[in-house]
Ligand binder design. Structure first.
Ligand code: SF4
Ligand code: SF4
Length: 496
């Protein structure tokens, strides 16, 4: 275990006393020149970085009106100050959302407002110095872009968007983050975040077919590059072998098998994740998204379905059509794109699946709403469907379900602590401390209801919890995929 103190779990969540600068040392590794170059960014910090950064900030506030409104409209009411899990877990005041925004706002004021140009001391405007840039690099990589603070801001100021803009500016001057940029470069080169080439993927899927047949006696296929399949399944590459993700993939395969839907994965678009979102780069987000369009056209599919991945669903639900559309070649009778939870829920409602809930009787389950699903997308045809559908799928698959405290779920859900491009071991202290509010809420249902498992529909949440649960005295396998619950309950071969 790393050298830092894990916060104590308390019976009641507490707002911490401010400890200035306590996370100033936290920052991720800087991207290598070759990864920067793959994404079209300068390889290292350029000589005239200050001028380029200010120009880029001007370009962004001109292009995105929302960013300018966010810069201009904060009234310092303080409603957001205790809403960020990173502030609650670290006590660092720069992790208060308003303070994080101010790191960019003070520079915006200095160069783009009348008062800031002539009376900077009156309006908290500051020059962009190397010290300020270092603060940006540290604290804009202590924001998982979860949008929780925006729910509580009377003006809806979205710190996630501010963080994305700051990261975009830093990339433009050659100060990119290793973890995100290396991963995007891998997607461009190989097709997925893990750098898993086509033949290795094929072997992995064959292995899964053998495992499922051995366990169930039923031949459930995991097709790859199947021409003419009805559904293209785009799923996070962690689903191919990471735990507990892979059990979710087995669950999707069982659902599609049982429903008689022909489907395929693609070696060209073998990744649902789109880290272009995290670095605020429209161009890179578009290039990643275009691979899905190309795969859908090449394979001649009629539908695109996304597996369990929170930010991928945000990009798919909110931006896919703009980034890579139009998708007029797909079947208009289905949502474009569709989430695997929507597919399973719809099949359940139509009686196409038989689920034996008792198969999960040894599990007492709660559900973690993932930020990007909860606050940046929807599911189904009704408002709030993103909260209802996953819970209905879980309740149809197991007998024991208990929600965590209302103020920690749904629209107010707490981030797992590892989203937004922060799921890297160079930020482990931040990840562990940022998980505190979720761990606190989980601990309460463990104590009150004997809950044994935390179910999720996000690959990042699953990896993050597998890592941080032991820091809080839980077992790493207490995190589970929602489609593992489905896959374990489904009665293969049964017809209603
Ligand atoms: S978006 Fe999330 S991580 Fe970022 S400041 Fe707001 S609450 Fe914190
Ligand atoms: S809640 Fe909104 S207006 Fe109030 S301090 Fe935070 S960002 Fe500013």
């Amino acid at each position: 275990m790393a050298k830092f103190d894990t916060p104590d779990l308390k019976a009641l969540a507490e707002i911490p006393v401010v400890v200035a600068g306590t996370m100033a040392h936290s920052h991720p590794y800087v991207a290598a020149p070759e990864h920067q170059a793959s994404l079209g960014f300068p390889g290292e910090l350029i000589d005239d970085w200050q001028r380029v950064a200010i120009d880029k900030l001007g370009e962004l506030v001109g292009k995105y009106r929302s960013l300018q409104v966010f810069m201009d409209s904060c009234v310092k009411c303080g409603a957001c100050t205790d809403k960020c899990h990173y502030y609650l877990g670290t006590s660092d005041p720069k992790n208060m959302p308003v303070a994080r925004q101010d790191l960019l706002r003070k520079v915006y004021r200095r160069y783009f407002t009348f008062a800031g140009k002539y009376f900077p001391w009156l309006v908290g405007a500051e020059d962009l110095t190397r010290e300020v840039l270092d603060d940006w690099y540290s604290y804009f990589h202590q924001c998982s872009q979860c949008r929780r603070c925006s729910v509580f801001c009377p003006f809806g100021i979205d710190t996630a968007e501010v963080s994305m803009a700051a990261r975009e500016i830093m990339d433009a001057v050659g100060l990119g983050q290793k973890y995100s940029n290396e991963i995007i470069a891998k997607v461009f080169k190989i097709g997925n975040n893990l750098g898993l080439p086509g033949p290795a993927l094929e072997n992995t899927l064959e292995g899964l077919e053998e495992d499922v047949e051995e366990e169930t006696g039923v031949q459930v296929r995991f097709p790859l590059d199947q021409q003419g399949a009805e559904v293209l399944l785009v799923t996070p590459s962690a689903d191919f072998f990471a735990e507990p993700h892979v059990d979710g993939l087995i669950g999707y395969a069982k659902v599609l098998h049982q429903a008689g839907i022909s489907w395929t994965l693609s070696s060209h678009a073998s990744e649902a994740a789109n880290f272009g979102l995290f670095i605020g780069s429209y161009e890179n987000m578009r290039n990643v998204a275009l691979r899905i369009r190309e795969a859908a056209l090449d394979l001649g599919v009629k539908r695109i379905v996304f597996g369990e991945c929170g930010h991928a669903w945000r990009v798919a639900y909110s931006f896919l059509n703009t980034l890579a559309g139009p998708f007029d070649f797909l079947d208009p009778r289905y949502p474009i794109p569709q989430h695997i939870i929507e597919v399973t829920h719809d099949l359940m409602e139509r009686g196409a699946l038989t689920l034996d809930k008792s198969a999960n009787d040894e599990r007492r389950v709660t559900f973690h709403d993932s930020c990007n699903v909860a606050r940046a997308s929807r599911m189904g045809s009704k408002p709030g469907g993103q909260f209802v559908l996953p819970r209905e799928v879980i309740k149809a698959s197991c007998n024991h379900f208990y929600d965590m405290a209302a103020e920690t779920i749904g629209e107010s859900t707490f981030c797992c602590g590892g989203g937004g491009g922060l799921l890297t071991d160079d930020l482990l202290e931040l990840r562990v401390k940022g998980a505190l509010p979720r761990m606190q809420a989980f601990d309460s249902v463990v104590t009150q209801h004997g809950v044994t498992h935390l179910a999720a529909i996000c690959a990042i949440c699953k990896s993050q919890f597998a890592k941080v649960l032991p820091y809080y005295g839980f077992e790493m396998d207490q995190i589970i995929s929602v489609h593992q619950l489905v896959g374990d309950a489904i009665v293969l071969g049964a017809k209603q």
